[in-house]
Every structure is written in C-alpha cells, then in structure tokens.
Design a protein around this ligand. Structure first.
Ligand SMILES: [Zn+2]
Length: 586
C-alpha cells in the first residue's frame, strides 16, 4: 500500500439495482462467480445487495447466506475500491437434480390451499402445514428451505425461507425479520394492508406430542412478538407491525392445525368445542358441537385430562375429534355429531389423532386413523380404526387429480389424467385447474416423450431457428430431432408453440415407437371413417398404426379429424396407452 486511503465503492453513484439483478441472474444459473465491477459497489453495499437477493428469493434453496469477493481500483474511478468478482456460496449437498424434488415438495405444501381462501387463510394454512410437518433441527445443520420441506427438520432460517417461499407463491406479501444480535429470524406477513410477525419455528411444538401446532407466534404486533420469547429482539424488518387484533383474540390458544375441508369453512377446537368459521380472518365463528368438553381424571394415575387436549382431524366429508376417551364424528353435510368409538385401552387419555391414509389396494380399502393415548409413551398405545370404504371413496382420497376442480370422477379421461399426473408426464395449468379441453403444443409433446426416456442421449443441436437455446423445450427438441422422431415443419422451423394436430401427433408417436423398438407392423389401412382421405400423405401409415395399436381412436364413430388439434385430455389418454404399450413390449 502506498498510504493512500480509498473510498469504499462509489457511494450514491453505485448502481445497486443493476448489481442486484446481475447477482440474482448469476445465482439462478448457479454461476460460481459474477463480475460486478461496473456497478461500483462498496463492501457494505454488497452485503446489503446480497442480503436482498438471499431473502427475496427463498426458492434459491441451494444458496448459502455467505459469499466471498474481491475489490479493485478502476481507471475511471481511481480513488475508490469497488467490488469486483463475487463468488456466491452454494451448499455442497445440492445439485441441479434436486430442483424437481424441491418443486414437488413446494407443490405438496401448497396443496393445503383451497380456492377462495383469503390471505389470512393462506398464511394460517401454510403456517400450520410447516409447523406440523417440520421439526427443529437440533444438529443445527439444516439451514435451507429444502431441509424444511424435504428433510422436515430445520433451524429458523430454513423455516423462514420455506414459509416465505410458500407465501410468495400463494401471492401473500411477506418479508423476513432478522435479529443479528439474537441469531434468530422469522417472517413478517402483510394481510389487508397491515403487517404482522409470524415465527413458525417457535410454533412447532418440539416438546409436545406429534401433530400439535401452536399459534402463539402467529400474527403478532411488534409489541406482541417480544412478549413470546427473548429471542424476539433487535430485529431488522422494513415494516412496523402495529395491529393487535389477532393476538388479542382466541387464535393464540389454538393447539391444533386449523382444518380447511374441501367442503368449505375453517374448523378448529376451542376448549374441546368444535367450531366453524366461514371467514376466520373476521374472528367470527359458531360452535357446531359441544360433545365431551368435561375434564376427566384417571383414577389410577391421578392425571387430569383438560378439554384443551382434544384433537381433531378431517377425513372424507367428516371431522373426527376426541375428548378424554371418546372419538366423535361430525358429518359436514348433515351437521350431525355421532360417537364413533370409545378408547378402552385401560387408563390414560386420548391425546393424539391423525388420519394416516388408506390401506388396501383399491378393491378393498379402509381409512387408517391413529389415535394416541397417554400414558404409555408415544406410539406404544396407538390403535387404529378402520371403517371400510367403497373403492370409489377410497380412490377419491388418494386420487392424484383431486385438487383440480375441472377434473371429476365421472369424466372419460379421469383415469388418464390421474396417470399423467402421477407419473409426472403432465402438470396442471394452475394450482386447481388441469384444463382438459385445452390444446397441447408441439413443444409439449416432445418434452413429454423426452421425460418418458429414463436416460436420454443429449442430441446435437437441431438448429431450428425458432427453438431458442436454453428454452425449456430445447433439449427435448434436440434429442427428438437427432433420434429421428421429429423433423420440423420446414428444414429450419419446428413451430414449438403451435397446437399439435392429431396426425402430427400420430406421426411423432409412430417414429418414437420405432425408436423404442416396438413392432409397428404394416398396419391395416384405416376404414370406416369418412375423412380418411383428408389424412396427409406423410401421416397415413402412422395414423393407421396408431389406430390399430389403440393409441388413437376416432373423434367420433365416423370422424378421425386428422387436422384437429389434440386436447390435453386426449393427450393424457394417448400417453397412458403408449406407456401401457411400452411396458407390454418390454
Ligand atoms: Zn382419480
């Protein structure tokens, strides 16, 4: 050093927004380093920008809250040292292959949402999901939202990033609150113009039996969050939280996840009474059942059961809930409560209740409900209740398309939609719609076939001028072109976004079948359809084969509709039949 002092960056002349966007892009692409010299950041400014990128993109589950960097002098600003190359830190345990698993876990968590929910409902349902399904990581090594949603244990940073990612995708504004002095972080959430603190980490009841969820740290004011624990001090968060409506209500006393059954409404137990609200954000509710709210004492142990130990669970149109020894069933359609079972283990009380799922294979199926009792230690005194269900009811509970309101059990394509969803071949077009009547584009078909390949060869660049390198379908198109499955609409164009016609679909399937070594035979010429003559020459053999193989039937008894576009429901059906064909041929 020559004794000169340098200014830390260009101060107010630094381009923070530009740096943030460059850093965000770099992290999105898992770049190991990014040159930020041109933005003129000082080291303090870099810390601020990195923090924003980290907390505003909670879906970057692979990004650590740390980085290294170099600074340098530039010719244009010789008096200043500006941040030059920044190396974001990535967790060594994740690779790009982990993205689908993370996305699937996010989707699974978001499936607790129902159409028509208010932001309040979304914040509550996601809080309850995370608090119930993620435990505190005592090894202090799980910092990522990936850990929270997939390993299901995390420290506060994992909880807060997972909650932030879920809220963001549900359209609820939120921002982290971080206390450096307390080494703790949580979330702030905006509902109806007001900001509130939510600390999911502390609402996971580590010391309480499984399935319990506290609401002590849900929707607190600045004042209120400080009263719930000494770690809630000295935080930095951009918005003041002043509203105390929710912390002054019954909400903090709830100790079960609130149930949002598909039939509508929000259900919860308040001192053993089953309550229902049609708009919980207003805090209005009615008591729908008062069965079994008394205290009870176990004569042998002297233990006292309190109505606050009551539990509830939803299953197939009914809400089940416990008192000290009884299991009640509240039927949503009729509003009637009946006694469903009595615990007779011999001493102790019921304290847990969860619907585990169904057993059986669809031909016979039963609900397995686990009821835990105390004393006896966790799980030692569980027993299951198995009301037998009809196969249709059993299917409804596990049905992959149950979340889509435009797919119902009596539609001809139901099974096919289930199949493509279950096997990851197609997805819904939104959280709760599948769009069975929507069209399928050429790029989508090729991408699905590519997904059906377990280990596809990379394929050379097909050089279609309308297939941009790096687009979501580029790899699939290159693979399909170099495998002889597609040939483009001209020598230089693939027309990826055009809806696929039925004859184009048949031709692609035909070549794919050949590529997979299926016997495509000679195929009986098609007959019995009035529009056979409209089939293009290149697709004649393919349409005949597809018909004979049962992949593609006429659209009506007399029409093949070769130039008609394939709906998503038709596509799903064809893909299911194709998969059957491939598995038979194996
Ligand atoms: Zn189904």
């Amino acid at each position: 050093m020559d004794g000169r002092t340098f200014q830390d960056g260009l101060g107010s002349r630094a381009d923070l927004a530009g740096a943030k966007s460059a850093l965000t892009d770099a992290v999105r692409n898992w770049s190991l380093s990014v040159d930020l010299t041109r933005y003129g950041l000082g080291t303090e400014q870099l810390a601020q920008v990195y923090d924003q990128v980290f907390f505003e993109n909670p879906g970057f589950f692979y990004l650590e809250n740390g980085y290294s960097y170099t600074t340098r002098q530039t010719r244009e600003n010789p008096g200043a040292l500006v941040v030059s190359v920044v190396e974001p830190k990535y967790y060594g345990e994740f690779t790009i292959q982990d993205i689908p698993a993370y996305e699937a876990a996010v989707k699974n968590a978001l499936s607790v949402l129902r159409p028509g929910m208010t932001d309040f409902d979304k914040a509550l349902a996601l809080h309850d999901y995370l608090a119930e399904n993620c435990g505190y990581d005592d090894t202090l090594t799980h910092y990522s939202p990936y850990h929270a949603l997939i390993h299901r244990t995390a420290v506060c940073q994992g909880y807060l990033l997972a909650y932030s990612d879920l809220l963001g995708r549900a359209g609820v504004k939120n921002y982290p609150a971080v206390s450096t002095s307390q080494n703790h972080g949580w979330n702030t959430v905006r509902l109806d113009g007001n900001w509130y603190h939510v600390d999911v980490t502390w609402d996971h009841a580590n010391e309480l039996p499984e399935g319990w969820v506290l609401h002590t740290n849900f929707l607190r004011s600045d004042q209120g969050i400080q009263s719930t624990g000494s770690l809630h001090r000295d935080w930095a968060a951009p918005n003041a939280c002043t509203d105390t409506t929710y912390e002054d209500s019954f909400l903090p006393s709830l100790r079960d996840p609130v149930l949002y059954p598909p039939e509508g409404g929000a259900y919860f137990l308040l001192d053993g009474r089953l309550c229902c609200s049609t708009d919980l954000s207003s805090l209005q509710y009615e008591v729908v059942s008062e069965a079994g709210t008394g205290e009870a004492e176990d004569p042998r142990t002297g233990m006292v059961y309190s109505p606050r130990d009551a539990r509830l669970a939803y299953f197939d149109g009914s809400i089940y809930y416990t008192d000290s020894v009884h299991l009640y069933r509240y039927e949503l359609a009729s509003g009637e409560t009946s006694l469903h079972g009595t615990y007779s283990y011999g001493g102790g009380f019921l304290y847990g209740l969860s619907v585990i799922g169904t057993d059986g294979d669809g031909s016979h199926a039963s609900l397995v409900m686990e009821v835990r009792a105390y004393p006896g230690g966790p799980f030692q005194s569980t027993y299951t209740l198995k009301p037998t269900l009809s196969p249709a009811t059993a299917h409804r509970i596990v049905c992959p398309s149950r979340g889509y309101r435009d797919v119902s059990a009596d539609q001809w394509y139901h099974e096919a939609v289930d199949y493509v969803l279950e096997n990851g071949l197609m997805n819904g077009v939104s959280l709760d719609t599948f769009a069975p009547g929507g069209t399928t584009t050429r790029a989508m078909i090729v991408t699905v076939l590519y997904r059906m390949e377990t280990d596809p060869s990379a394929g050379s660049n097909a050089a279609f001028s309308d297939v941009a390198e790096g687009s979501w379908y580029a790899e699939a198109v290159n693979w399909a072109a170099s495998s002889g499955i597609i040939s483009g609409v001209t020598d230089t164009a693939f027309s990826p976004d055009t809806p696929i016609t039925r004859e184009q679909f048949a031709a692609i399937l035909f070549r794919y079948a050949e590529y997979r070594g299926l016997d495509t035979g000679t195929g009986e010429p098609l007959s019995g359809y009035e529009d056979v003559s409209r089939i293009s020459g290149y697709a004649e053999q393919a349409m005949a084969w597809a018909g004979a193989a049962g992949l593609m039937t006429g659209r009506t008894e007399t029409a093949l509709a070769p130039a008609g576009t394939a709906t998503r429901a038709e596509t799903a059906t064809i893909l299911m039949r194709l998969a059957e064909l491939l598995s038979q041929a194996r």
